[in-house]
Design a binder for this molecule. Structure first.
Ligand code: NDP
Length: 597
C-alpha cells in the first residue's frame, strides 16, 4: 500500500474516532437499579426457597462460571470434598447461564475455549459450539466433580471478612447465609453486570424491552437453540448495539421479525467464521492423552506471537497473529526497531481491515448499507467479530440498518426510537448494549473484601491492583483471585488463564491441608517484586485499547486512563512464557513467595 493511501486511511480512522468521542466515557451507561432493576432479573429459572446456611466449608468460591468450575473441579480431584460455589444465577454457567440469546456461540474454537474437555470426555459438536452445548458442559463439570451438592444458587455475596482469630473467611449473602470457609476463591468475571445506554427517555418506552443477557423467549417465541422466534412475525423490533452479541443474534432476529431495525453507533469488524461440525473419526485421531493441553498451548503460542510451526486451531485469531508475525519476519535487520515493528503491524492491519471491508461489499446488496457497515479502525481496537450470516442478514427485506453516524440513539419515546430527528415506531427494543467493564472490582463484584486487620480490598487497591500472579494479595490470607490480569492476561482465550489458575490453587490448598497449615499468604516482598516485574515490561495497553482507537471498553471509552491502569497488564514475557513459569513455580512444591503458617 502506498504511503499516500496509508495516510488517507489514518486520517479516515481519526475522523471516525473523533465523531464518537464523548466526555462522559463510562458514565454514559445506566446501572440496572431502581426503575431499571427489572432488566437484571433472571428470566430463566425461579428462585427456589431454601434455609440459610450457617456451617463451615473448606473452600468457598464466589462465581459459578468457568473460573469456579475449573477451580472446583481441580480441588475435588485434590481431595477437597466440600467446595461451596456461590452463584447469582440459578445454575452453573456464568456468562453461558445468562447469555441465552439466539445464536450465542463461542468465538474462540471450542477445543481451546471449553475447559476440561479431556477430563470430562466431551467432544464438542462444532468448531465453535453454541450456547446450549456450553451451558450443558458447565453442568457436566458440576455433576462430574460433585459441585452441585454444596452450591448456593440465586445467591449473592454481600459481605466477606477475614477472621484472624479463627483463620477463616466469614461470608454473608442476600439469602441470609452466614457461614465460614478456610479458603476463599473468587471468579466473578469482567462481563457479568449488564448495562443500558443512557439514552434520554429510556424509561418512557411503553412497548416491550429487555437486555440480550436476559432474553425474553416468552415474548419472542423460539428458544436458545435458535429455533424460529415465531412470536415476532408481526412485530417491529429495534436492537440497540452492534457488538459481538448483536452480531450473533441479528441473523436470527432478521429471519423472525416483521421489521427489524439494527441501530448502529460503531460498526463491528466481522470476519469469516467458517464453523463446521466436528467429525468423530477425525477427533479420534487427536484424542490422545494430553490433547487439550497441547491445543491450549499451541493456540496461545500462535496467538501471542510465539515461533511455532504448527497452527492446530487455524482460525481468525491465529491468522491475525500469523500475518503480523510474517510481516515482522520480513523487516530488514536494520529496520528492526520499535518503530519498524509498529509500521509492520500497521501494514498488516491495514491489509486485514481492507479485506474485512471488501467482504461487506461482496455480501451486502444495498450499497449505502454496505458502506455504513464498514469498520474504520484497527482490528484490535474493538472486539473482533466473526460471523458468516450477520452481513447477509441485511439483505433480508424486513431488516434495516439504522446507522447513527457515531452519535447513538437520540431519544426513546413511548412508542419508538429517535435517530437523527426521525422517530421509528417499534413494539420491542432489545438492548445489546454490553456489560460494565471499566468499573472497579468492588462495584462489579457487589461487595468489598475485608482482609487482615480490617483492611478493605478497595482501599488496598485504591492506587491500582496489586497481586502476585493476579491471584494472591498480601493482607488477604487464604484468598485467591481467578482472572487473567497480572498473570498471562490472555484475552483471546480467557478460559486458558482460568484453568491454569484453578490447577495452581488446588495444589496450594492441598499443600496447606496436607501440612496442617491454617494460613497461606503471599509475602509483601513477593507481591512487590511481582509488581516491579510487571512494570518493567513494555506496559500500557499497546494496540489493544490504544487511545488512538475508536472508543469502546478496550480503551476506557476513549477517556484517559487513571495512573493506576498501568497495573492492568500481564507478564512482560507474554502468555506462553507465563504459563511455562507458572508450571515450574507450582511443581517445585515450595511455592516461592507464599508463606504457609
Ligand atoms: P459491547 O459492549 O461490545 O457492545 C455494546 C453495543 O452497544 C456497541 O455496539 C455500542 O456502540 C452500542 N451502544 C452503546 N450505547 C449506545 C447508544 N447510546 N446508542 C446506540 N448504540 C449504543 O457488548 P456485547 O454484549 O456485544 O459484547 C460484550 C463482550 O462480550 C464482547 O466484547 C465479548 O468480549 C463478549 N462476547 C463474547 C462472545 C463470544 O465469545 N462468543 C459473544 C458475545 C459477546 P459503540 O461500539 O459505539 O460503543
Amino acid at each position: 500500500m502506498a504511503e499516500l493511501e496509508k495516510e488517507a486511511l489514518r486520517q479516515k480512522y481519526a475522523r471516525e474516532r473523533d465523531k464518537r468521542r464523548r466526555p462522559d466515557g463510562n458514565d454514559q451507561y445506566l446501572e440496572l437499579k431502581g426503575q431499571l432493576a427489572h432488566y437484571a432479573q433472571d428470566p430463566y429459572m425461579p428462585v427456589v426457597p431454601r434455609a440459610p446456611r450457617t456451617d463451615h466449608v473448606t473452600v468457598a468460591f464466589i462465581g459459578g462460571g468457568f473460573a469456579g468450575l475449573v477451580t472446583g473441579a481441580r480441588l475435588t480431584e485434590a481431595g477437597v470434598d466440600d467446595v461451596r460455589i456461590i452463584e447469582k444465577g440459578g445454575d452453573f454457567g456464568g456468562t453461558w447461564y445468562w447469555n441465552r440469546y439466539p445464536g450465542a456461540q463461542c468465538d474462540t474454537a471450542s477445543f481451546v475455549y471449553m475447559p476440561l474437555l479431556e477430563a470430562t470426555g466431551h467432544m464438542p459438536t462444532e468448531k465453535y459450539a453454541h450456547g446450549p452445548e456450553i451451558l450443558e458442559h458447565c453442568q457436566r463439570i458440576g455433576t462430574q466433580f460433585n459441585l452441585y451438592d454444596n452450591a448456593l444458587f440465586h445467591t449473592e455475596v454481600t459481605h466477606v471478612e477475614w477472621d484472624g482469630d479463627r483463620s477463616v473467611w466469614v461470608i454473608r449473602t442476600n439469602r441470609d447465609d452466614h457461614f465460614t470457609a478456610q479458603f476463599l476463591g473468587m471468579g466473578t468475571g469482567p462481563l457479568h453486570v449488564p448495562k443500558l445506554p443512557g439514552i434520554p427517555g429510556i424509561e418512557d418506552f411503553e412497548g416491550h424491552s429487555f437486555h440480550t443477557s436476559r432474553w425474553d423467549y416468552d415474548y419472542t417465541g423460539g428458544d436458545p437453540s435458535g429455533s424460529l422466534m415465531t412470536k415476532l412475525a408481526d412485530r417491529r423490533v429495534a436492537i440497540i448495539g452492534t457488538g459481538a452479541t448483536s452480531v450473533q443474534c441479528v441473523p436470527h432476529l432478521a429471519k423472525a421479525c416483521r421489521e427489524l431495525r439494527v441501530i448502529q453507533r460503531t460498526p463491528s469488524s466481522v470476519d469469516v467464521r467458517a464453523n463446521h461440525p466436528i467429525d468423530p473419526a477425525w477427533f479420534a485421531t487427536i484424542n490422545t492423552p494430553g490433547w487439550q493441553d497441547r491445543w491450549l498451548h499451541n493456540f496461545t503460542a500462535n496467538q501471542t506471537g510465539g515461533m511455532v510451526e504448527e497452527d492446530l486451531v487455524m482460525d481468525g485469531w491465529t491468522d491475525l497473529a500469523r500475518r503480523v508475525r510474517s510481516k515482522m519476519m520480513s523487516i530488514p535487520a536494520e529496520e528492526f526497531t520499535p518503530e519498524g515493528m509498529l509500521a509492520a503491524y500497521e501494514d498488516s492491519d491495514f491489509e486485514k481491515m481492507s479485506e474485512i471491508r471488501n467482504r461487506v461489499d461482496e455480501i451486502v446488496q444495498d450499497r449505502e448499507t454496505a458502506q455504513q457497515l464498514k469498520a474504520w479502525y484497527g482490528q484490535l481496537c474493538k472486539r473482533p467479530c466473526f460471523h458468516d450470516d450477520y452481513l447477509a442478514a441485511f439483505n433480508e427485506p424486513g431488516t434495516h440498518l439504522l446507522d447513527t453516524d457515531g452519535q447513538g440513539v437520540e431519544r426513546i419515546t413511548a412508542g419508538g426510537v429517535v435517530v437523527s430527528g426521525v422517530e421509528y415506531p417499534v413494539d420491542c427494543i432489545i438492548y445489546a448494549s454490553g456489560f460494565e467493564v471499566g468499573r472497579d472490582h468492588t462495584r462489579r463484584a457487589g461487595y468489598d473484601i475485608i482482609g487482615r486487620d480490617g483492611l478493605r480490598l478497595s482501599d488496598y487497591w485504591a492506587d491500582g491492583m496489586r497481586t502476585m500472579h493476579g491471584t494472591h494479595v498480601h493482607g488477604f490470607p487464604n484468598a485467591f483471585f481467578v482472572q487473567p490480569t497480572q498473570g498471562a492476561n490472555l484475552i483471546s482465550n480467557v478460559p486458558h488463564n482460568l484453568t491454569e489458575a484453578g490447577q495452581t490453587i488446588a495444589l496450594i490448598v492441598a499443600q496447606a491441608l496436607a501440612g496442617g497449615h491454617d494460613e497461606v499468604e503471599v509475602t509483601q516482598a513477593a507481591e512487590d517484586s511481582w509488581i516491579d516485574l510487571l512494570l518493567s515490561g513494555p506496559g500500557g495497553f499497546g494496540i489493544l485499547g490504544s487511545p488512538d482507537c475508536t472508543p469502546g471498553y478496550y480503551n476506557n471509552e476513549g477517556q484517559p486512563r487513571a495512573q493506576d491502569a498501568q497495573l492492568l497488564v500481564g507478564y512482560p514475557m507474554g502468555a506462553s512464557a507465563y504459563f511455562e513459569y507458572l508450571e515450574q513455580w507450582r511443581t517445585t512444591g515450595t511455592f516461592e513467595g507464599l508463606e504457609f503458617r
